[in-house]
Design a protein around this ligand. Structure first.
Ligand code: FES
Length: 97
């Protein structure tokens, strides 16, 4: 569904849930995730519905992922770098009143 407009860009290697993939230098983690073919980045706490990057400008918070061991980072606001480890966020435990 998503493809890069310029596939001739320099690349870095990142992992998404342990799977190695190439990302263009200067693109966001969210862009790399969308280009990977599987845009899921987290699940909603209540229903577990999958979410994917939506606004790509730091507003919606649908792109929360674990990036280099730090949870709940906005993937659209982080630029990829060589060796970056990205993980989809696990479904959080339901809140109790
Ligand atoms: S995609 Fe909306 S905040 Fe990242």
């Amino acid at each position: 569904m998503f493809r890069r407009l310029h596939d001739n860009a320099a690349t870095v290697t990142i992992t998404i849930d342990g799977v190695t993939t190439k990302a263009a230098v200067g693109e966001s983690v969210a862009a790399a995730l969308l280009a990977s073919g599987d845009p899921r980045c987290r699940q909603t706490p209540v229903s577990g519905a999958p979410r994917a990057p939506y606004c790509l400008m730091g507003v919606c918070f649908d792109c929360l992922m674990e990036i280099d061991g730090e949870a709940s980072r906005q993937a659209c606001m982080v630029t990829v770098r060589e060796g970056m480890a990205v993980k989809r966020s696990p479904r959080p435990a339901p809140m109790t009143p």
